[in-house]
Design a protein around this ligand. Structure first.
Ligand code: THU
Length: 160
């Protein structure tokens, strides 16, 4: 038996104003999308914005359902929309923001495991990796340079 250590890299920004201007714009789009989330059951609103190589920005937010598992996360709404409308597009970056109606989220909210798996599918099928920026309602922003930093031991179609 031997142990292996897997290293991931994340960058941390103290405030939105520290982000590159194009990412500030992307995060603002994610904030706007977040406000339109349909989250009557959890009161937890998430917004996601994707920057395509063409310059186009595609947004999404979480959509809940009375039959809870039938709802969908913001990241998945956004990336499935991008995949359906722009099947050959390259996704350059993604901004994610979350807000709870119960308390102020002051630390970065990372995408859930299911979203990481969905994002992995899209990163693997394109050449460059996707930069992912995520935050709560306020406070620091974290950046992963690849889905692989959020999902080590990635499961993808090459294994099938
Ligand atoms: N949610 C997202 O939209 N993205 C995530 O990565 C985690 C969770 C949503 C799903 C549900 O509507 C609410 O947040 C509470 O889990």
């Amino acid at each position: 038996m031997k142990n292996i250590k897997i290293e991931i890299n994340l960058e941390v920004f103290d405030a939105v104003s520290e982000l590159p201007v194009s990412i500030q714009k992307l995060m603002n789009k994610a904030h706007k999308a977040r406000e339109g989330a349909y989250a009557p059951y959890s009161g937890f609103k998430v917004g996601a914005a994707l920057q395509l190589k063409s310059g186009e920005i595609i947004t999404g937010n979480n959509q809940e359902n009375a039959a809870y598992p039938s709802g969908l996360c913001a990241e998945q709404v956004a990336i499935f929309h991008a995949g359906s409308q722009n099947p050959d597009a390259t996704i350059v970056s993604m901004a994610i923001t979350a807000k709870s109606l119960n308390h102020v989220l002051t630390s970065p909210i990372a995408p859930c495991g299911s979203c990481r798996q969905v994002l992995a599918e899209y990163e693997v099928k394109q050449e460059p990796s996707i930069e992912i920026y995520f935050m709560g309602e306020t406070g620091k922003i974290m950046k992963a340079n690849s889905v692989k930093d959020l999902l080590p031991l990635i499961f993808d179609g090459s294994l099938l």
